[in-house]
Design a protein around this ligand. Structure first.
Ligand SMILES: [Zn+2]
Length: 369
């Protein structure tokens, strides 16, 4: 169960507020983002560093990624605690379990009638409805994605796509029947490049009887955001849904892509994109006019051009990294592959990501009159 209400709706985006997430009380203004984690931690940060050096504007929802956790689930069950205790997270952390990792490629051809294929360092693993429900209980997450048959590529046959829609809808129905009422079940609306199948999935979600669906994950895996028909495809997934349903888009989207998705009325994203940049040695900063001006600047610290630049990475940024360190030092850390390099870049990039959503909320309020 997710309690969400829309406040304002404009051409730039919409602002809303979340007051409950699964069985947890939460006050969060949208648009916002779930904090991406891998193996139960924000990549490159310990929970102590998060506590002392990362300042976010709102109480986070942590996006736990199943491919990175699936090998640990048995240990969490034996540990007799939940995923928070096992991973050393703050006890009151709010957890969402994502079945797919936004930074991991999907491989088509492996989903079957009862399972979805996911990949990690051990290879392919299969996720069924009963196993997903069991893991949610053992980890004590607050919300979970419903299973999605993501078998939609430009080459997929019509028959196979119809089958993917039917399976996804059946899995949603079984999860809703078997999962505890206070678990936030996020329905998945996929359909890939097929507008017809996107519409079909969204219509099914909006027609469900019984406990209404409160939140939908609009899947854009495999979709090129620069294609001219992407906007229409997103509309096919959104238009059949009730306006008060929380719209989630998980994936590695740049600030420019986020601004397009905001204008479509998407409410929640994740922070995989800033993590991916930090892991490439790149820091970014968005314009103060975001999202009206969605351009952003970057610094690539793997290049040696900044090795004598003793200024702050981004002088107007108030994060721990920009307050303490210079461009020259970060260039040195990146070029000597020091573990401190991604740590400092993750702190900066997440601070900027958080600022970007604050700017978006402020801008929607400002342009609502
Ligand atoms: Zn900074």
């Amino acid at each position: 169960m997710v309690h969400f209400s829309v406040g304002l709706s404009t051409q730039i985006g919409r602002v809303g507020s979340i007051s409950k997430w699964g069985n947890a009380q939460l006050t969060q203004q949208t648009p916002s983002f779930m904090v991406y984690t891998r193996s139960g931690h924000i990549p490159h940060l310990t929970w102590e560093v998060v506590d002392t050096q990362l300042r976010l504007n709102q109480t986070p929802i942590y996006q736990m990624t199943l491919p990175s956790l699936i090998e640990m689930v048995g240990q969490i069950a034996v540990y007799k605690g939940d995923a928070r205790g096992f991973c050393g997270m703050p006890r009151d952390s709010i957890l969402h379990l994502s079945v797919l990792d936004p930074l991991t490629d999907r491989k088509v051809g492996y989903n079957d009638t009862t399972t979805v294929a996911i990949w990690n360092h051990t290879g392919k693993r299969s996720v069924s409805v009963p196993s997903l429900i069991k893991w949610c209980r053992e980890m004590e997450v607050n919300s979970v994605d419903s299973l999605l048959d993501y078998e939609f590529t430009p080459e997929t046959t019509l028959k196979r796509m119809n089958k993917a829609v039917d399976r996804t809808n059946q899995w949603l129905e079984s999860i809703r029947c078997q999962m505890e009422d206070d678990m936030g079940v996020i329905a998945c609306a996929g359909g890939g490049h097929s507008g017809q199948h996107r519409r079909k999935m969204a219509h099914y979600i909006s027609s469900l009887e019984g406990t209404p669906i409160h939140s939908v994950n609009i899947d854009l895996g495999g979709i090129n955001m620069e294609d001219e028909n992407t906007s229409d495809l997103i509309n096919e997934s959104i238009n059949p849904l009730d306006e008060n349903i929380l719209r989630i888009c998980q994936g590695s989207f740049s600030p420019v892509e986020i601004s397009l998705l905001l204008s479509k009325g998407i409410d929640i994203f994740d922070s995989s994109w800033p993590i991916k940049q930090a892991e490439k040695g790149i820091a970014f900063e968005v314009s103060a006019e975001y999202p009206i001006d969605s351009s952003f600047s970057t610094i690539d610290f793997t290049l040696s051009t900044l090795k004598s630049d003793h200024t702050s990475p981004f002088p107007s940024c108030k994060c721990y990294t920009c307050s303490k360190y210079t461009r020259a030092y970060l260039t040195h850390l990146c070029n000597t592959h020091e573990l401190l390099a991604p740590l400092l870049l993750v702190i900066h990039n997440l601070t900027q990501w958080d600022r970007m959503f604050q700017l978006a909320r402020d801008s929607i309020h400002k342009h609502s009159n």
